[in-house]
Every structure is written in structure tokens, then in C-alpha cells.
Design a protein around this ligand. Structure first.
Ligand code: NAP
Length: 323
């Protein structure tokens, strides 16, 4: 089969090789899927540098956290799936290929009406947003929520989840055009942080009180400034540092404020059944109540161009490889 493999880590997309590779064989609890679409994630950039959850002894490795396609082989201990079924899976690796394996516990059926490009782009962004906002930050109806980097894949999912839960959503983005698109997706207020200081804007929009929840994923200065806009009792959940570092241990805060870190990979490792939450989002997308925003698709062999595009700032939503 054709696959993108990394044989040695490196800083640029040049490490991605378009190779002939053996078709993987499913273990007893796994499925083999003919991949139709695989989503890119910011974590793919860390993987290629060797800094994201990868050991050099695992090289060569096929990147691709998540993918959708059709089941072609079912492990002997897998109930509930059959050959020919359309599925979406998030095994963490292997998606940049014509065939990939996933554990049954990391795989869900895709309903008619949701195509493979949309399905492939869903698990990471919807599950991260849901469990970070609802489980970790205990977001409630009528909370005021600040979502940083609203135009990211995660940001777009989080805005819709927060609005669906009855929250009032303020979000940030780097251009007026992104801000306008985020309002169309349901954000109540947007802040172009290249023009306005988001702290001043949040204070103005909340009459000086601040927000109940921040979903933070930029890191560095943005992380530190985000702590300053928390209302008493407010919760900041950090899911990553797309740009700057985040503290290993969140700081202690006054007046009942709390800061935490959340990882969907760690969460699903300790709560594998939580992956089934994806079913609800697949139905919301099928019924056109939620949107999956696909910025661009690239053919598999153009994975280098796709990652180069992801690394820039122009995209809005998800970038997906098609086979
Ligand atoms: N903890 C978890 O479980 C988990 C899961 C998924 C993702 N994440 C994290 O969530 C974040 C978003 O991931 P994603 O895959 O959704 O990202 P993405 O689609 O690539 O979006 C990244 C966003 O960051 C903003 N940004 C701000 N400064 C930037 C800079 N200097 N360079 C590039 N982008 C910049 C960009 O928007 P503007 O140009 O509008 O600022 C861009 O939309 C990442 O930090 C990722 O690691 C964490």
C-alpha cells in the first residue's frame, strides 16, 4: 500500500516520505480499515519532530491520529463490526495510509449522511472540546466562556459545544475574516487579538467580572493573560501550547479560581468507553445541528504540502488527506 512514513525525526515536512509499505494486519481486538480520509492535527507537527508521544525505536512510523473509511477485516475477538461497514477511528497513529488498523474500542460506525472527510475530522476536536469543557471545567448553562484560537479545529468544535450547552461564548482569532466566520458559527462575541488586547475586551464585554471558563490552547503569554480574565470561581483548562509553553503544574489561584491541564489521549486511555461519546456528535453533524469545517483536502501523496499549510496561519478549520 501507499503510506506516508517518517524514518527519522526532523524540523520540517521533508521527513515525510511517500512509501510503499506493508498492509498492517489486525490483532484479535482490532479492525483493518481501507482509509478514505485522514485528518491532520497540530500534534502531527510534534510527532514529526519527535517531541510528541513517540520513541525513536518505533521508527519508521506512519502519522495520522484519526481516519475514516470502510472495514475490510475484523479481528477474531471484535463484536459488533462487519466487513463493508463505514467507520471512523482514532488509534493515534497510522492514518496517513491506504490501510490502517485500530482497536475496536477506538472505532465507531459512521451514519449515512456523514461523509468520510467530515467523519475523519471529528474525533479529536469534538472529544477534546467536550471532555475539557464539560468534565474538566464543569461548564454550565449560562456560563460565560472564553475560547482562545477560535478558528482552530478544536476552537470551532468548542464554540458549538459551548453554545449547545447554553453558554455565552467569547472567542479570539487573528483576522477579522476569521472573527466573522466564528460569529456565523455561533460565537456571541469575537476579538481580533492582533488589533485589541483580549483582556481589556473580555473585561469590557463582562462588565469587569471576567469569564467563568477559559479553554486555552495557545500557551506562553496568552496562557498567563488568560488567567487574568477569570471571574471568581472561574476555571481555566489548558489543552496545549500551539505557540508557547504551559506550566507543568498549574498555578494556585485566589477566590476559588482553578487552572488545570487536559489531554484527550490520557483521558481516553483511562476512560476508553468515553470514545462512544462520538456517536452523539456524528448524529448532530448528520442532522446539520453541528458543522465540521473543512478548510482544504490534499491527496495522500501531498502530505508535505498539507503539513506546510497547517503550520501556517491561514487555515480555518480542519485539513484532511484523501486516499
Ligand atoms: N490536549 C488535548 O487533548 C488536545 C487535543 C487536540 C488539540 N490540542 C491542542 O489544541 C491546539 C489547537 O489544535 P488544532 O489541531 O485545532 O490547531 P490548528 O487547527 O492548527 O489551529 C491552531 C490555531 O492557533 C492559532 N495561532 C495563534 N498563534 C499562532 C501561531 N504563532 N502559529 C500558528 N497558529 C497560531 C491560529 O489561529 P489565529 O491565526 O486566528 O490565531 C490557529 O487557528 C494545539 O495547541 C493542540 O496541540 C490539544
Amino acid at each position: 500500500m501507499k503510506a506516508i512514513r517518517i524514518h527519522q525525526f526532523g524540523p520540517t515536512e521533508e521527513v515525510l516520505q511517500y512509501d510503499d509499505a506493508p498492509v498492517p494486519q489486525p490483532g484479535p481486538k482490532e479492525l483493518l480499515v481501507k482509509v478514505e480520509a485522514a485528518a491532520l492535527n497540530r500534534a502531527d507537527l510534534g510527532l514529526r519532530k519527535g517531541t510528541y508521544r513517540i520513541d525513536p525505536k518505533d521508527l519508521p512510523v506512519i502519522p495520522g491520529r484519526e481516519f475514516a473509511g470502510t472495514v475490510v477485516n475484523v479481528g477474531s475477538e471484535v463484536p459488533g463490526f462487519h466487513v463493508g461497514q463505514r467507520v471512523v477511528a482514532q488509534p493515534g497513529l497510522g492514518g496517513y495510509a491506504e490501510y490502517a488498523v485500530a482497536k475496536a474500542s477506538q472505532t465507531r460506525p459512521v451514519p449515512d449522511g456523514v461523509d468520510s472527510v467530515l467523519a475523519a475530522a471529528m474525533p479529536t476536536v469534538f472529544l477534546t472540546s467536550w471532555f475539557a469543557l464539560v468534565e474538566d471545567a464543569k461548564m454550565k448553562s449560562a456560563d460565560k466562556v472564553l475560547i482562545q484560537a477560535g478558528g482552530s479545529g478544536v476552537g470551532i468544535a468548542a464554540i458549538q459545544i459551548a453554545k449547545h450547552g447554553g453558554a455565552r461564548v467569547i472567542t479570539t482569532a487573528g483576522t477579522d475574516e476569521k472573527c466573522s466566520r466564528l460569529r456565523e458559527l455561533g460565537a456571541d462575541e469575537t476579538i481580533n487579538y492582533t488589533i485589541n488586547d483580549f483582556r481589556q475586551e473580555v473585561h469590557r464585554l463582562t462588565a469587569g467580572r471576567g469569564v467563568d471558563v477559559v479553554l486555552e490552547m495557545v500557551g506562553g503569554e496568552v496562557y498567563n493573560k488568560s488567567l487574568e480574565v477569570l471571574a471568581p470561581g472561574g476555571r481555566l483548562v489548558s489543552i496545549g501550547g500551539a505557540v508557547g509553553p504551559i506550566p507543568d503544574t498549574p498555578p494556585a489561584l485566589a477566590e476559588g479560581r482553578k487552572a488545570s491541564r487536559f489531554s484527550i489521549t490520557n483521558y481516553l486511555n483511562s476512560h476508553p468507553e468515553a470514545f462512544n461519546r462520538l456517536d452523539a456528535f456524528l448524529l448532530l453533524v448528520r442532522d446539520k445541528k453541528f458543522q465540521v469545517v473543512i478548510d482544504r483536502t490534499f491527496p495522500l501523496k501531498e502530505a508535505r504540502a498539507a503539513q506546510r499549510y497547517l503550520e501556517g496561519r491561514e487555515h480555518f478549520g480542519k485539513i484532511v488527506l484523501t486516499m
